[in-house]
Design a protein around this ligand. Structure first.
Ligand code: PHE
Length: 346
């Protein structure tokens, strides 16, 4: 039968056409061409009218078979194209894990904060608590209640920035101790006071108009100068090493009596004398003393019943000595090359 041959030809035709189909649009078009109302299959069927019943039957079965074959071929082509699209996408979006990554900069603790944390660790382990106070202070707490009345010559050493005659940027953290004494009303105290202080100084390698202090105050029954020495020897060991020693030299502070200057044995020469310690074997690190009776009285303590010691150290000075830093300004410049060196410091 002529029509059957024609039907067989359609399948071959589709195979040929599908060879050139490489995207879903083209496939859609091909499907319409072959299976649509105007397609070759429909055409053959349209001519069936003149055939015998037998022939119609045979042609009908055959054309159903062909339609099914065409649909299957188109479907499997669709699958093929879709798989290709996905594998192309996977290929183009592949991550090359061997490429160098983007470097993520991690910060580190500033050496001054590290020193304060070390001091806090040490003194907290000895039973102290950490006290803080405002950087804008009253003249009364920063000076007067520390035995430095207006016009006292020792105020010159601590000239600072005044907001008005009664308000100033604190030149020392001692006013935190005054506040604590007023709060505790005669009871024993054991605190350290780390924080920022200000002085009217010209900035150079060893001076800064803003720096940090860590002061300490211990008040109680029978507290003596040897307790002070013990507290400071522990500090020297913790900050500079177990092999270091300290010595106390007489000095003067209005808020302590007697007052001492505290030196640590030189870590470079071990105390023999070298350029770092200017030949003396000792390096000055802080001021201290037994709290002056006037200071105790002015803040509500009875010197007959309670007494104690105070010390005050410069956090920058301790840090410079510990890490051999030669210019205080390095701490404030935010230069990453400087700060990077402390990443591993603990
Ligand atoms: N506050 C003093 C200063 O800044 C240091 C100090 C504190 C000295 C406590 C003695 C006792 O100079």
């Amino acid at each position: 039968m002529e029509e059957i041959k024609e039907l067989d030809g359609i399948e071959e035709q589709l195979d040929k056409e599908l060879e050139n189909v490489d995207d879903l649009n083209k496939l859609q078009q091909t499907k319409a061409n072959f299976l649509g109302k105007k397609g070759p299959l429909a055409q053959v069927m349209a001519n069936m009218r003149n055939l015998t019943i037998e022939a119609k039957k045979e042609l009908g079965m055959k054309s159903n078979q062909i339609r099914k074959n065409l649909e299957d071929k188109i479907e499997s082509k669709r699958q093929e194209i879709e798989d290709l699209i996905i594998s192309k996408k996977l290929e183009s979006e592949k991550i090359d894990v061997t490429l160098p990554g983007v470097k993520f900069n991690v910060g580190s603790i500033h050496p001054l904060n590290q020193t304060i944390m070390d001091l806090e660790d040490l003194y907290i382990s000895m039973g102290y608590t950490v006290a803080t106070g405002p950087e804008i202070e009253t003249d009364e707490y920063c000076f007067e209640k520390l035995n430095l009345p207006k016009g006292h010559p020792a105020r010159d050493m601590q000239d600072t920035f005044y907001i008005n005659p009664e308000l100033l940027l604190r030149s020392q953290t001692s006013p935190v101790q005054v506040r604590k004494m007023l709060e505790e009303e005669g009871k024993p105290i054991k605190i350290i006071c780390p924080g920022k202080v200000y002085r009217r100084d010209s900035d150079d390698a060893t001076h800064s108009h803003q720096f940090m202090q860590c002061e300490g105050l211990v008040l109680g029954k029978d507290i003596t100068l040897s307790d002070l020495k013990g507290a400071l020897l522990e500090m020297a060991h913790k900050m500079f090493g177990e092999d270091r020693n300290i010595r106390l030299r007489p000095s003067f502070f209005p808020f302590t009596e007697p007052s001492v200057e505290v030196d640590v044995s030189c870590g470079i020469c071990g105390g023999k004398g070298c350029p770092t310690c200017k030949g003396s074997g000792w390096i000055e690190v802080l001021g201290a003393g037994m709290v002056n009776d006037n200071v105790l009285r002015m803040s509500g303590y009875d010197p007959q019943k309670i007494q104690g010691f105070a010390f005050g150290m410069g956090v920058e000075r301790i840090t410079m000595l510990k890490y051999k830093i030669d210019d205080i300004r390095n701490f404030y410049l935010n230069d990453v090359r400087f700060l990077d060196q402390f990443k591993e410091v603990k």
